[in-house]
Design a binder for this molecule. Structure first.
Ligand SMILES: Nc1ncnc2c1ncn2[C@@H]1O[C@H](COP(=O)(O)OP(=O)(O)OP(=O)(O)O)[C@@H](O)[C@H]1O
Ligand SMILES: [Mg+2]
Length: 500
């Protein structure tokens, strides 16, 4: 997926998203140049056997105790992130926090957490990672935790806490793979930081109607900048985004941001430029997935760092039941979408259908709309204005079924989504091998923060079968066969807790 800045040719313009302003309207861009697939950058990537620093030690997370007795509602209150292991660098003793108060956050941030977010207590990844982020000497952190377990809060609170409210200059930068994720993360920041007085800005390609040439723009004074790599890089090279005061740099979906087929070049360039003018900048890398290649690579670009990780066999969410349906042909897939996902699934909540290509997205959309089904579709070729409108309608609950390419596979957070359909299985573009990480992220759009969910994989032909088998093996997760009948689907939905 390389959709961030897919309209990067659009001149950058600002969204002044301080705590009191909202995101500016996105641009109506007429033409979307196709972004070239990324290649390995100038960094060497030789295999590293020892990815951990010499002084690191593996820690049983249970010793960083969280009081299980105090669980209020174990279903919704605990995200499924109990298998996190920590590797701590050096001697710094960290304890995990049972309450937000224990983290010694500023009162305005605690208020934001309780009043705006309505959180009661930290999830496990929050309890463990926040002390590591906030405690001097502010070591770098590679943090892996399950989809939907609350990683956004970790880095948003990290940025809000570490910024000096008196200094009116960029001090924290968060880089995300898509404009949708940048906007979503900024919205969380605005809500959580509502009482903090800290200013923020979204660095994404902007509306042509609000267009200001980059050289006519004032320099960014917002204290936190969240955006996509192309725009951030552009602002930095135009000397509109000064980074000499930046003390915290976050990569959300870090494995993709630093992957060969992701945004490695841009991410490394940004990191190097920040390192040059701000050598003590803390780097935080968050994702639910870090495959071995990326893990080896990222461990070389961070300094003295702590690490939280989850074994891939423990990554699948137990609360999201996985099913596969064998389809003799493409028409059967469409029939399943119509009769099972729309008709049968009408009252179960919001649904996301993932397709592999923009063409399949358009084809499926047309088939459904022509037959009177209410569906919206999003993909990177849409103008930013259309993309934002479709996301808003879905987040507001105005639409129930959304077709998307992998544009929304990562990070997209909508608690009401409880059903994911893989119309096509995710395949790596270059090798034709299963894209294991994308599979996990896709199904993680359901079952947010411990909620129940189900995924239906539509399997058509030998290649799909082989792909599915490899995915099952890789994650050692059980994917149950469902026959294409109303009774069997109903049974599956009941088993997964979505139907009474
Ligand atoms: N401490 C908490 N208490 C209650 N809800 C929480 C808490 N922390 C996060 N959440 C909610 O959990 C949901 C998932 O959080 P978030 O999007 O940060 O997950 P994530 O770990 O980034 O997942 P992904 O890997 O899929 O991006 C959000 O709707 C968020 O509001
Ligand atoms: Mg996330």
């Amino acid at each position: 997926m390389s959709d961030a800045d897919s309209n990067a040719a659009t001149p950058a313009a600002t969204t002044t998203a301080t705590t009191t302003t909202t995101i500016a309207q996105p641009p109506a861009v007429t033409k979307t140049p196709v972004k070239e697939t990324k290649r390995w950058a100038d960094m060497e990537d030789e295999e590293s056997k020892n990815t951990l620093s010499a002084s690191s030690s593996e820690v049983n997370i249970d010793n960083l105790k969280i009081d299980e007795e105090k669980k209020i509602n174990s279903f919704l209150d605990e995200a499924e992130d109990s298998n996190i292991k920590a590797v701590i660098s050096g001697e710094t003793p960290y304890t995990s926090a049972k309450t937000f108060e224990e983290l010694e956050l500023r009162a305005e941030l605690i208020k934001g957490l309780y009043v705006e977010m309505r959180f009661q207590k930290p999830s496990k990844i929050q309890a463990i990672s926040l002390p590591m982020i906030l405690m001097p000497p502010h070591k770098d952190l590679i943090a892996q935790a399950h989809n939907g377990s609350g990683k956004t809060t970790c880095f948003v609170l990290g940025m809000l806490s570490r910024v000096d409210p008196q200094l009116k200059a960029p001090q924290a930068i968060c880089i995300c793979p898509t404009r949708e994720l940048a906007i979503q993360n900024l919205e969380v920041l605005l809500k959580m930081g509502k009482y903090s007085g800290i200013s923020s800005e979204c660095a994404i390609p902007m509306d042509s109607t609000n267009y200001i040439p980059i050289n006519k723009r004032p320099p960014v004074s917002a204290q936190i900048v969240i955006g996509t790599p192309g725009t951030i890089k552009k602002w930095m090279s135009a000397k509109k985004l000064g980074v000499s005061n930046v003390k915290i740099l976050v990569f959300d979906e870090a494995d993709h941001m630093l992957a060969e087929d992701g945004f490695k070049d841009d991410s490394l360039r940004i990191k190097k430029d920040i390192d040059r003018s701000s050598p003590h900048c803390q780097v935080l890398l968050f994702s639910a997935t870090f495959n071995e290649t990326v893990k080896n690579f990222v461990s070389k670009i961070v300094k003295d760092y702590n690490q939280l990780f989850v074994k891939k066999e423990d990554l699948s969410l137990a609360s999201v039941k996985q099913y596969k349906v064998y389809c003799p042909d493409e028409m059967t897939k469409i029939q399943i979408i119509k009769e099972r996902i729309f008709d049968l699934g009408e009252n179960i909540g919001q649904r996301i259908i993932f397709v592999r290509t923009r063409n399949s997205a358009s084809m499926l959309h047309k088939q459904l709309v022509d037959d009177g089904y209410a569906v919206t579709t999003i993909q990177g070729a849409n103008t930013p204005e259309v993309r934002d409108k479709i996301i808003k309608e879905f987040k507001d609950g105005l639409t129930q079924v959304l077709i998307t390419t992998d544009l929304l596979a990562r990070g997209f957070d909508q608690q009401q989504v409880n059903l994911v359909i893989n119309y096509d299985l995710p395949i790596k573009y270059d090798t034709q091998e299963p894209d294991y990480e994308v599979y996990l992220h896709r199904i993680g759009r359901a079952g947010r923060f411990g909620r129940k969910g189900a995924v239906f994989n539509l399997i058509c032909g030998d290649r799909d079968e082989a792909t599915m088998r490899k995915i099952e093996l890789y994650f050692q997760s059980e994917v149950t066969v469902v026959n294409n009948s109303e009774e069997d689907f109903e049974k599956a939905l009941k088993q997964s807790g979505l139907l009474e």
